[in-house]
Design a protein around this ligand. Structure first.
Ligand SMILES: [Zn+2]
Ligand SMILES: [Zn+2]
Length: 161
């Protein structure tokens, strides 16, 4: 080490050992900063953070750092978790709305009492609300001329043919 410093002193007489020390210290700090950044970042992204840390130190900081930035996973673990949580919320909302639709409560157009969407008749005023297609069995609007499910044609009065 001393001979290296002496050689450097011969080559660059304006460099003092203190300069060299400061330069070395700065280099180590920069190296550590790169290695620590790579370590923390790869930990966030679920990478092999310890070996990234060691390789960044061994290979001199900047080049492994640039390499790391190019190959790292584009999303952090938190990002992935957030996306999955959002998906779950959307699934739940979908199920909720499906449930609401299946239990949809309507009002009888004649008496205004509550009826369900699959009622054929209002249980309060006996008004016919829907009719059943005799061809496929689906419930359709009382005034439908055609069954929207199977294409069965009802006659003018809306009765089953
Ligand atoms: Zn009614
Ligand atoms: Zn039908």
């Amino acid at each position: 080490m001393n001979s290296i410093i002496l050689n450097l002193e011969n080559l660059f007489p304006w460099i003092t050992p203190l300069d060299l020390f400061v330069f070395l210290l700065a280099f180590i700090i920069v190296l550590l900063a790169f290695a620590l950044y790579v370590y923390r970042d790869s930990k966030l992204r679920g990478g092999n953070s310890t070996s990234w840390f060691i390789w960044t130190l061994i290979l001199g900081g900047l080049i492994p750092f640039i390499f790391y930035i190019m190959v790292r996973s584009p999303m952090t673990k938190d990002d992935i978790k957030e996306i999955e949580e959002k998906k779950e919320v959307i699934e739940l909302q979908k199920k909720y709305y499906e449930l609401m639709i299946s239990k949809e409560i309507l009002k009888c157009p004649v008496c205004g009492e509550e009826v369900k969407s699959d009622y054929l008749f209002c249980q309060h005023c006996f008004t016919q609300l829907k009719k059943r297609c005799e061809n496929c069995g689906h419930l359709v609007d009382k005034d439908s001329k055609i069954c929207p499910y199977c294409g069965h044609i009802f006659d003018e009065k809306g009765e089953n043919k």
